[in-house]
Design a protein around this ligand. Structure first.
Ligand SMILES: *Cc1c(COP(=O)(O)O)cnc(C)c1O
Length: 375
């Protein structure tokens, strides 16, 4: 079975992800940045994002869109919110925590990295101890779902510590926002960051930040760059309804369509259910082929799953990847120091039937490689 001509492969990756035909079709427009229809769409999107997060203007929340991939939004937050003389604690248990530390270092922001095992959720006690030992911490950063492994960090566990001490708590919910339920106030987050092309199933092109208005106001003049100045971007969106620089118009109209499709599906609870069904289908099928997961089930999110390579057999990830790719399925390499592993994502416009089809193809690929099973 070859991938059908004219039909793209299905992406079982951490992004970019498979999108619906109707989301792609929504982009067949050329809207100007000052067009009233476009500005209304931007306002609608900001509104809908707030509602998805359980954030209300009356309670002091704001939503800001920022051009670029998700990392640009993260860089915008870190380089705009942490003032000079501020100090950022970063809980790190994977590549995305490391990336946040790299961003902070590039901007000369003093950081306190707190590293813990990549296979386990972030270590809350270690974070608390680091806050006690190191004076002057102003901001705390954590990743909600570490896409490096698929570990669900249960990041809300940190908020009692940050709230009690009056520290600003910034959460990278890139890979889970819209795919796992979140009430920003209950979770005790001050700022949440995600992007158009993860669980919300839009096309790549921008990220978004939902955060407390007082933090945006306090950020004025902090920014270390022009293009990623979050406070200025917010001001422009508020005062003119426009982006400061060329907006990703096509990605924005596609995103509105994606949000309508989320609503049609039954909102975040229904999407979460679908992703859980995708994940359960995947894991039970992989276990039947004797593949082993890297993360324990109690810490595993339904977003992406890491599997060990089969041992002592003629398994080659490159060959495996190419065999699946040729049949229309894209998986992802692993990203864990010494452990040889690969990842399969279960978010985006994919359904349990797609996962079943992937499983059949995995069996065929193993047979072709002469690998008896995943153990
Ligand atoms: C995808 C992702 C990002 C951002 O990645 P981009 O490639 O810049 O869109 C950041 N953090 C996490 C946890 C992610 O999964």
């Amino acid at each position: 079975m070859e991938a059908q001509p004219g039909r793209d492969r299905i992406l079982f990756t951490p992004g970019p992800l498979t999108t619906s035909l109707t989301v792609k079709q929504a982009m067949l427009r050329d809207l100007g940045s000052r067009d009233a229809e476009f500005m209304a769409i931007v306002a609608e999107i900001r509104d809908r994002l707030m509602r998805l997060a359980g954030a209300r203007k009356e309670s002091g929340w704001e939503a800001v869109l920022m051009q670029g991939s998700g990392t640009f939004a993260i860089e915008s937050v870190i380089s705009s919110l942490v003032p000079s003389g501020g100090k950022l604690l970063i809980a790190i248990n994977g590549a995305y925590g490391e990336r946040a530390a790299k961003i902070a270092a590039k901007h000369g922001i003093e950081t306190v990295p707190v590293r813990s095992s990549e296979r386990e959720p972030i270590d809350v006690d270690a974070v608390e101890a680091a806050i006690e030992q190191s004076s002057g911490i102003t901001h705390v950063f954590a990743v909600a779902c570490e896409t490096t492994t698929g570990v669900d960090n249960a990041a809300q566990r940190l908020s009692t510590i940050t709230n009690r001490r009056g520290l600003a708590y910034v959460v990278d919910a890139m890979s889970s926002f819209g795919g796992m339920p979140l009430d920003i106030e209950d979770a005790g987050y001050d700022v949440v960051i995600s992007s158009s092309n993860k669980c919300l199933e839009g096309v790549p092109g921008f990220g978004f930040v939902i955060g407390r208005r007082d933090m945006l106001e306090a950020a004025e003049g902090n920014a270390r760059t022009v293009s990623l100045d979050l406070a200025e971007q917010w001001r422009a969106l508020e005062e003119t309804g426009q982006f400061r620089f060329t907006p990703p118009t096509h990605a924005i109209v596609a995103f509105r369509q994606a949000l309508l499709e989320l609503e049609e599906e039954g909102g975040i609870p229904a999407r979460w259910k679908r992703y859980q069904a995708n994940h359960e289908t995947l894991v039970s099928g992989m276990r039947r082929m004797r593949f082993r997961e890297v993360v324990a089930p109690e810490h595993q999110s339904p977003i992406i799953t890491t599997f060990h390579y089969p041992t002592g057999q003629r398994f080659s990830f490159e060959a495996f990847y190419q065999l699946l790719n040729g049949r229309g399925f894209v998986i992802y390499p692993g990203k864990l120091g010494e452990t040889e592993c690969f990842r399969i994502g279960t978010i985006g416009r994919i359904f349990p039937a797609d996962v079943e089809a992937l499983l059949v193809t995995i069996r065929e690929a193993l047979d072709e490689m002469g690998v008896s099973d995943g153990a």
